[in-house]
Design a protein around this ligand. Sequence first.
Ligand SMILES: [Zn+2]
Length: 189
Amino acid sequence: MSVTFCPDQPAGGPVELGASIECSAYPSTDRRCFADYDAATAGLADHYRYCTDPDCGEHAYRPFVVVHYSTDTEPSLNVSRRHAMLLLRALGLVAELGADDVDEPAPAAPPPEQDTPLFGDLDAEQMLGRVELALALAPADAGVPARYLNTAGTQYDCGRSAGYLQDRLTVLREVALFARDQTRDVVWH
Ligand SMILES: [Zn+2]
């Protein structure tokens, strides 16, 4: 479960740039670029014939088709739900006051959008202002040490490294700057 902050989709949706074939071989030996998904799928037959990777094949790791979009290389920020709450609080986008790094209990079903701050969108200029304000005002993130949550040692909290908040806010600033240049909102979900 994670939350991604990214520029809203461009008007008309992302542009499809082509497709390629990925398999277990690293580095990739199949560098062909196909016009679209169907062309790449047809190209799988040749891949099976010529790929020499021992783990690649119908009975091991199947090669698969990846479609590339104009939005693939846009800046985005992906964080856990808990860390998303930390960010949203620092940005003043959560209603409650004075809360710190509270672990949200996992909801039984996906909540409707209006009931959670974990879905939202904001004008890029406004997001940029909130990010700059948070970077100026939020105290340096001291981090949280990793620890076991129960004595049996079966539940582990990875914690958070020092400076985490400021580091992620800096990435979010890149997202907001890009979105503003593109005249798009910043969305998170
Ligand atoms: Zn292969």
